[in-house]
Unconditional design. Structure first.
Lengths: 104, 306
């Protein structure tokens, strides 16, 4: 059994639009719509294409699951992603506030 | 293998129409979808619902499922020997060994090849997402996880089997709660030359007796005697990287955070998180005679001063 190095899905790794299409299962058009709607942040536009932080791989895969398993269309995916992002922000905030409390 | 009652999973009658099945699935999926649900056991429940729907929404798969007859949920059984052949043409000697019930339908080829791999277009292997709980020490130092997975795969004769997979994954130092890592090509095998699927690790940090993590920062309780807090002191604080001396300034109150820069969890690139010692002034439950005198003196000093 060989050991494989796990890759960070973080802001230091960059993925192209076509890589994201392959990894996430979303179509190119769906991804572009989600980027333009602001639900998936792009790093920069390169001509007609985009590059992304690898952090969005998880977000795009979530969108694909929401499409396949709940039948959401692009605007549904966009709304759900924004709300999930907000929930995660709030959860992080709660974790930080709880960490400040003495264990008692 | 154990029989799954797909109709019961969706809460519909066996004679339900395709539309009723779809509606029941949509309703349950909204409630239990693991990305949005906070229901306990949402993930396991959703898996059952999705597996049931994947089979019942497809008329050919549904017919093959119905042909197995109605059995109690979880009953141990084997499909009749001619079942695979009747429903899609699984060839001679088709074996149901090493398969889960859901596998019977998940790779069911509705274009004639049944449970055997057809000479069809290639398809990528399945992606797997695996939760991995690690300790704060492992997050700090990095660790190697040995994962035991079970993946459906076609063997050399084209038969579907569930094959145990061992994956050794090196987690570099600096993973945090909620961190995702990707192991390209470590998921299920591709079909007919398709690329292998990927394996995703969903990291969570196990609760720790001393440290509380928030992102890359760590928090610890720092117990101080009243006089240490009032006069200042140098105290030892244990951190994942070793014990360090912390200078507590005079006049420290409970709840104040004392920062040890860079003593939290490392970042793969860039500076490490910080460790915060949260001051807790601990008043002795019992005072000695002498201590009582000194506290009395303090009280008098304050009463007179007021």
């Amino acid at each position: 059994m060989t050991e494989s190095e796990a890759l960070w899905l973080d802001e230091h790794r960059v993925v192209s639009l076509s890589e994201l299409v392959e990894i996430s299962g979303l179509s190119r058009d769906e991804l572009i719509e989600l980027v333009q709607g602001g639900a998936i942040p792009a790093r920069e536009a390169q001509g007609a294409s985009y590059t992304f932080s690898a952090r969005v791989v998880t977000v795009a895969r979530t969108a694909c699951r929401l499409r396949d398993e709940l039948g959401l269309d692009v605007s549904g995916m966009g709304v759900a992603l924004r709300l999930l992002d907000r929930v995660h922000e709030l959860e992080d905030e709660i974790t930080r506030l709880r960490a400040l409390l003495p264990r008692g | 293998m154990k029989y799954s009652d797909y109709y019961a999973a969706l809460g519909v009658e066996r004679g339900a129409s395709a539309e009723e099945i779809k509606k029941a699935y949509r309703r349950l999926a909204q409630k239990y979808h693991p990305d949005v649900s906070k229901e306990p056991e949402a993930e396991a429940r959703f898996k059952e619902i999705a597996e049931a729907y994947q089979t019942l929404k497809d008329p050919e798969k549904r017919a093959a499922y119905d042909a197995l007859g109605q059995r109690p949920q979880g009953e141990e059984f084997r499909p009749p020997p001619d079942w695979a052949r009747q429903h899609g043409g699984g060839g001679e000697g088709f074996s149901f060994d090493d398969l889960d019930f859901g596998d019977l339908f998940s790779r069911f080829n509705t274009r004639g090849a049944g449970f055997q791999r057809g000479a069809e277009a290639s398809a990528p292997g399945q992606d797997f997402e695996v939760p991995a709980g690690i300790s704060i020490e492992d997050a700090f130092n990095g660790t190697t996880l040995e994962l035991q997975l079970s993946m459906p795969e076609y063997d050399a004769s084209g038969q579907l089997r569930r094959v145990p997979h061992q994956v050794k994954a090196r987690i570099p130092p600096g993973a945090i709660d909620g961190q995702r890592l990707r192991l390209p090509g470590k998921g299920g095998k591709g079909f007919n030359g398709g690329r292998a699927g990927d394996l995703y690790l969903d990291i969570s940090l196990k609760p720790h007796a001393r440290y509380r993590a928030a992102g890359h920062d760590l928090f610890v309780d720092l117990s101080l005697e009243p006089w240490q807090a009032a006069l200042g002191a140098t105290v030892e604080v244990r951190t994942p990287g070793g014990t360090v001396n912390l200078k507590v300034p005079a006049g420290t109150s409970s709840g104040q955070k004392l920062r040890l820069a860079g003593r939290g969890l490392p970042r793969p690139r860039g500076t490490a998180g910080d460790l915060f010692a949260v001051a807790q002034i601990v008043v002795p439950a019992k005072l000695s005679e002498r201590e009582r005198e000194l506290y009395e003196e303090l009280r008098q000093l304050h009463t007179e001063g007021a």
